[in-house]
Design a protein around this ligand. Sequence first.
Ligand SMILES: NC(=O)c1ccc[n+]([C@@H]2O[C@H](COP(=O)([O-])OP(=O)(O)OC[C@H]3O[C@@H](n4cnc5c(N)ncnc54)[C@H](OP(=O)(O)O)[C@@H]3O)[C@@H](O)[C@H]2O)c1
Length: 317
Amino acid sequence: MKAVVLNGVTPAKQVILSEAEIPKVRPGWVLVKVRAFGMNHSEQILRLHEIEADYIEKPIIPGIECVGEIADASDSSFSMGQKVAALMGGMGRSFNGSYAEYALLPAHHVFPVQTGLSWKEFAAVPETYFTAWGSLFECLGLKPSDTLLVRGGTCALGYAAIQIAKALGCRVIATTHRQEKLPLLAGVDEAVLDNGKLEGELHGATKALELVGPKTLADTLRCMEKGGIVCNTGILGGVYTLNGFDPIKFIPNGVYLTGFNSNWPTQQVMDDIFAFIDRNKLKPCIGASYGFGDIREACLALDGGKVNGKIVVEVVG
Ligand SMILES: NC(=O)c1ccc[n+]([C@@H]2O[C@H](COP(=O)([O-])OP(=O)(O)OC[C@H]3O[C@@H](n4cnc5c(N)ncnc54)[C@H](OP(=O)(O)O)[C@@H]3O)[C@@H](O)[C@H]2O)c1
């Protein structure tokens, strides 16, 4: 099969397709024929830095998510040809991932999905919508009566969260740090240019999805109404941790702070997401798509950070 096989730090312009063995199934694992996959920041981080870490066994095929069909069900209850999505749980890090024609994946991280979406649209969903869904419902307990602030709205995750919250009936405020991107937030109730300090500028936010991350988190907490909840899910601002975190001063009285990690998808949540997409006729927000033969261009687009929406690669047209 064709696959991206990484042995060390690999800038996008050096990414190539190689020949690799189709993996052999073993108990507890299923073989998935990859039809398409979405691309993610964490794959860029793996390719450019993390691959040097001792815990990454090399060579490694990257890719933390994919959609496709069961090619060998092994000892699982899947059937041959069944439509599935797979994501996270060590995919593309602890074991080979989705930048390949076939992926051998732990059966418990592969989810049967019923959807009328095309392979390309389907591939834009798993990681991005699972993360948006978990942040909005598990962490923020989002209700139609909420006003949701999405800080860092112009990213694939931001667009997905906005889409879900609007479909639910929420009032949505979203920010971008670029004036020229304000039109991309045309679907929200209030699009705001983010200069790093929004305290006192925004009103009525009861829930907030923080995608810029620790860089703006203190300010986001101070934008909330009493009883408001902030979920830190993104790190677009490039600051990963809060050093000298003083909870008494950092978190305003009566405001709540939580965070989301997409490592533990479940069948129930995947079913809920696809039913919601279907019921509300949502079109996943795809920023750019590539054929597998153009994987280098797809990686260049990911590293360039200029695509508005999810980057999707179709392995089989
Ligand atoms: N917690 C989890 O489990 C989880 C899961 C998935 C993703 N994430 C995180 O969520 C964030 C969004 O992921 P994604 O896949 O949706 O990203 P993405 O679509 O690749 O978005 C990247 C783009 O966001 C834009 N952006 C918007 N606001 C920004 C800001 N304040 N600072 C810097 N860039 C900003 C940048 O473009 P411009 O600079 O041109 O605006 C950048 O090109 C990332 O930080 C990702 O690591 C977390």
